[in-house]
Design a protein around this ligand. Structure first.
Ligand SMILES: *[C@@H]1O[C@H](CO)[C@@H](O)[C@H](O)[C@H]1NC(C)=O
Ligand SMILES: *[C@@H]1O[C@H](CO)[C@@H](O)[C@H](O)[C@H]1NC(C)=O
Ligand SMILES: *[C@@H]1O[C@H](CO)[C@@H](O)[C@H](O)[C@H]1NC(C)=O
Ligand SMILES: *[C@@H]1O[C@H](CO)[C@@H](O)[C@H](O)[C@H]1NC(C)=O
Ligand SMILES: *[C@@H]1O[C@H](CO)[C@@H](O)[C@H](O)[C@H]1NC(C)=O
Ligand SMILES: *[C@@H]1O[C@H](CO)[C@@H](O)[C@H](O)[C@H]1NC(C)=O
Ligand SMILES: *[C@@H]1O[C@H](CO)[C@@H](O)[C@H](O)[C@H]1NC(C)=O
Ligand SMILES: *[C@@H]1O[C@H](CO)[C@@H](O)[C@H](O)[C@H]1NC(C)=O
Ligand SMILES: *[C@@H]1O[C@H](CO)[C@@H](O)[C@H](O)[C@H]1NC(C)=O
Ligand SMILES: *[C@@H]1O[C@H](CO)[C@@H](O)[C@H](O)[C@H]1NC(C)=O
Ligand SMILES: *[C@@H]1O[C@H](CO)[C@@H](O)[C@H](O)[C@H]1NC(C)=O
Ligand SMILES: [Cu+2]
Length: 598
């Protein structure tokens, strides 16, 4: 198996060295023979007896530990974990206020998908809604050579029609914390989401894994109702959320509902897996009197750093360790919407951590409004140092053709206000992913006549570095940061700042942060890079649900020629059947696709 991989590696290097430019393609730079691109390989066998334990979390399994590079190597466990997720139309009251929720297996958030690093995850999704399709995306999962399992309707599949099921199957090549969510317009904001935990080694030790702690804004009006009004400029600006949910619960303004609670024991260390599963709000998080040791960003372990407050954007994840070393008492855990990248009636949401043996399980009211000293919407990039170091070649000027502008448009219609269209666009186009004819269908048909609205960026060549400048256009776009998310890759963040990017800005090529979501600063730029090592149609988009619904996305069509060969017989058959079911449902559906469909 190693020999086989070596031959592939060798061939890739040959390709790198002999790559010649293809006219008209968007692919930008070729850096041959990069020494850090494929490192370390093969994994050196570890001494037997290194066992993952509370006192040595850096171990994992024979041949794999915290030094292994999940971009190139993962355990072959032979283990398959199976889940069934049924999306249902129900009414729930997460914070004590009832509203329609599209729950999964009757619950919100949905059940946690748990696996070990290297396991195969098999999930059967059933759509039991009456009047909506669905499509389940496994956020942050690299889907290495498994693009068809990405769950992005209009790109990798047709939506799953009411009454239908489909089975997704993919390998956990990375480990850490994430979530799954619907990619069917704004549907996830109405409840179709749940946590993912992939166990693996860690860069610092802890005693207890408390699991995922999701944080998100929460609206009493449904997302579908809000987006209808937003897209037609019936309301202007982002709708105001009514609450913040912490692990799916909170008190409401009238005092109903309940705080989320955790009990901890003095002297122990706790791992907490933070995920922002929100629609519009970005937060800073902190626990009174305690610091957090941050050990992972998204699916990438980092050199641990300690902080009192941690910014978390939509779709981002941080794994942190809290040391229960303070006096036995109860403490507020704060989730504070940041001004400029949030719109919420709640200024400082809380949950409670109580030490075992504390006399009072309610913390003092005096600290109820503790908050971070500063308000901002920026990733702490300087502190985000990947534990397995990978560099980016630095000997190139970033060309103007790698610019992807983020801009905002209102297409006014003087005849009919109902027809006014608000759009966000990326590189001059508001993306539209046609549900009835996804990118995958075009690829299987070998049809390259894509409508411009699909906003396709072709990346035909293998194992090339590609560089992107995501640039907010300050003149027209409301000054607002955007959490940008890429499917199919972890990108490298070479730099981010305010103003217009030019090549005089300093960029970091030495082990820069790599992850799958990062904040584009308000009126600013972000320079990203990734290697074309994963054939597929991969969406890049803003994770503010309103913004992607209104078009803020593009798709990288990477090595299209190789995609059909990655679909086995059953996957191709299921794809076709799912599209046929969708078409027959859509013929008489009450609701039609609007906006991007994503
Ligand atoms: C933990 O395991 C690693 C191997 O992954 C080993 O090098 C290290 O010495 C161990 N540390 C302790 C404290 O046992
Ligand atoms: C959920 O049920 C309500 C009430 O029956 C119905 O109006 C709505 O269309 C349903 N939504 C979906 C997505 O099926
Ligand atoms: C989903 O159903 C709701 C009604 O329950 C409707 O408002 C919405 O437009 C539907 N969305 C889609 C994409 O079908
Ligand atoms: C949040 O809820 C999930 C699901 O119920 C649970 O597994 C997890 O432990 C909870 N997280 C915390 C930090 O309590
Ligand atoms: C938290 O970190 C700050 C800054 O490094 C430090 O001053 C403080 O003592 C730490 N608090 C605890 C409880 O460790
Ligand atoms: C709890 O209350 C008892 C009685 O007032 C007191 O003796 C004890 O020290 C308190 N324990 C803590 C942890 O505050
Ligand atoms: C804290 O505030 C709540 C709500 O305002 C109140 O019910 C409670 O009695 C207060 N607790 C203390 C110890 O003052
Ligand atoms: C941004 O969009 C506006 C229309 O809303 C347009 O006038 C302007 O030229 C666009 N700018 C760029 C750089 O795309
Ligand atoms: C404006 O609205 C009218 C009435 O709905 C519609 O017929 C027309 O196509 C719209 N024009 C544009 C440019 O969207
Ligand atoms: C190719 O795709 C385009 C856009 O979906 C479509 O209009 C065209 O008919 C297709 N061509 C063929 C030969 O199927
Ligand atoms: C961005 O859009 C422009 C105008 O449509 C196009 O010429 C250019 O190729 C696009 N950029 C990329 C990287 O596809
Ligand atoms: Cu955005």
């Amino acid at each position: 198996m190693y020999r086989h991989s070596f031959i592939i590696l060798f061939l890739s290097l040959i390709q790198l060295i002999h790559a010649t430019p293809v006219p008209g393609e968007a692919q930008l730079l070729r850096i041959p023979n990069d020494p850090v691109l494929r490192r370390p390989w093969p994994p050196s066998p570890l001494p037997a007896g290194c066992v993952n334990s509370a006192t040595n979390r850096s171990c994992w399994s024979r041949g794999y530990d915290i030094n292994s590079n999940p971009e190139t190597t993962w355990p072959n466990t032979g283990r398959v974990v199976r889940y069934n997720l049924e999306v249902q139309n129900s009414t729930l009251a997460p914070d004590g206020v009832s509203r329609p929720v599209y729950a999964i297996n009757g619950q919100f958030p949905g059940p946690t998908i748990k696996a070990n690093w290297g396991d195969t995850i098999v999930v059967t999704v059933k759509n039991s809604l009456q009047n909506n399709g669905t499509s389940m995306h496994w956020h942050g999962v690299r889907q290495w050579k498994s693009n068809a399992m990405d769950g992005t309707n209009g790109i990798t599949e047709c939506p799953l029609a009411p009454g239908q099921s489909r089975t997704y199957r993919f390998i956990a090549t990375q480990y850490g914390t994430s979530w799954y969510h619907s990619h069917h317009s704004s549907q996830y904001s109405d409840g179709v989401l749940g946590p993912i935990v992939i166990d693996g080694p860690a860069t610092a030790n802890y005693d207890v894994d408390l699991g995922v702690l999701s944080v998100q804004d929460w609206f009493y009006e449904t997302a579908f109702s809000n987006i209808y009004k937003l897209s037609r400029a019936i309301i202007r600006g982002n709708p105001t959320a009514d609450n913040v949910l912490i692990n799916g619960t909170n008190k409401n303004a009238q005092g109903g509902g309940a705080y989320h609670r955790n009990t901890i024991e003095k002297g122990k260390k706790y791992r907490l897996r933070l995920v922002n599963t929100g629609t519009n709000d970005n937060f800073k998080i902190g626990l009174d009197k305690h610091n957090m040791t941050v050990i992972a960003m998204d699916f990438v372990p980092i050199v641990p750093f300690t902080t009192e407050w941690l910014f978390i954007g939509i779709g981002e994840r941080y794994d942190v360790i809290i040391n229960a070393d303070q006096p036995i008492d109860s403490y507020w855990f704060h989730v504070v919407p940041q001004i400029g990248c949030s719109n919420n009636v709640v200024a400082n949401a809380v949950s409670i951590f109580s030490y075992k043996g504390a006399n009072n399980t309610n913390p003092s009211n005096g600290t109820r409004n503790n908050g971070p000293p500063t308000n901002d919407c920026l990733d702490p990039n300087i502190n985000l140092v990947p534990y397995v170091p990978l560099n980016v070649p630095s000997n190139e000027i970033i060309p103007a053709s790698s610019n992807l502008n983020v801009n905002f448009t209102v297409l006014q219609n003087s005849t009919s206000a109902e027809q006014t269209l608000v759009q966000w666009n990326l590189n001059f186009t508001a993306i539209h992913a046609p549900w009835d004819k996804p990118t995958m269908q075009h690829v299987l048909d070998k049809n390259t006549s894509y409508p411009k609205s699909m906003n396709i960026i072709n990346l035909p060549r293998s194992n090339q570095w590609s560089f992107w400048v995501v640039q907010a256009i300050p003149t027209r776009a409301p000054a607002q940061p955007h959490p940008m998310h890429l499917h199919g890759h972890d990108f490298y963040i070479l730099g981010a700042g305010t103003g217009i990017f030019d090549n005089s800005r300093s960029l970091n090529y030495v082990n820069p942060p790599r992850r799958d979501v990062a904040m584009l600063p308000a009126n600013g730029y972000m320079v990203l890079a990734f290697v074309t090592d994963n054939p597929g149609a991969w969406l890049m988009h803003c994770h503010v649900a309103w913004h992607i619904d209104l078009g803020l996305g593009a798709q990288f069509l990477e090595r299209a020629d190789e995609i059909p060969g990655l679909l086995d017989y059953a996957t191709k058959r299921d794809f076709t059947q799912q599209c046929a079911s969708w078409d027959s449902y859509d013929n008489h559906a009450v609701y039609k696709e609007e906006g991007s469909g994503l």
